[in-house]
Design a protein around this ligand. Structure first.
Ligand code: SF4
Length: 186
């Protein structure tokens, strides 16, 4: 009889492997998570509030995490041009370089032994589980911009795309980024 391992147990073991690996490079697991998020988030989503919503931790933890990353020269904080009371966080070149040594890459590498179809199915299934759990808890999906109901392909200001919610032009790379305001089109 096949040994069918319960999915929560497998996820718990995977999470433990990642957690144990995530003390690399002099960073803590939450600092790695914040760096990963900032490398994927669009310009409307790189605020302390958006990082807090994405990580699902307290404001105090995010504040300490961002201060530590800034001290290490991995991020910069600047006044948000669109909202002068707000702060926009950006990865530095050093921060982007640090992500080349991201401990999570070992999980990605382990999945390369699967076929492309199996990898795509696993990714879609895991995403479905995450979205359901977030929805039940009132969390935001943080999906890719191009899947958002406010995403329009034609732009009046020269960019290839446009956000009808924020009234802003979007570049091709913006369309791939994740967003705090994203709402699934389907
Ligand atoms: S289209 Fe949606 S995901 Fe893209 S920037 Fe606008 S609100 Fe964010």
């Amino acid at each position: 009889m096949a040994d069918k391992k319960p999915i929560p147990i497998l996820m718990e073991r995977l999470a433990r492997i990642l957690l144990n690996d995530s003390h690399a490079g002099g960073l803590k697991p939450t600092q790695w998570e914040a760096l990963r998020y900032l490398s994927r988030a669009n310009r409307f989503s790189r605020s302390p509030g958006a990082v807090t919503a994405y990580l699902g931790v307290t404001k105090g933890t995010v504040s300490q995490t961002l201060s530590a990353l800034e001290r290490k020269g991995l991020i910069t904080k600047a006044t948000d041009q669109a909202d002068r009371r707000g702060v926009q966080i950006n990865l530095t070149r050093q921060g982007a370089k640090m992500l080349q040594h991201d401990p999570a890459i070992s999980i990605e590498t382990a999945t390369r032994q699967m076929t492309a179809i199996d990898r795509a199915q696993l990714s879609a299934s895991l995403e479905g589980v995450v979205l359901r759990l977030l929805r039940d808890r009132g969390g935001r999906p943080f999906g890719a911009c191009k899947t958002c109901r406010h995403f329009k392909k034609s732009a009046p200001k020269g960019a290839p795309h446009f956000c009808t919610l924020l009234g802003e032009p979007l570049t091709a790379s913006d369309s791939q980024a994740i967003c705090v305001e994203q709402e699934n089109a389907a």
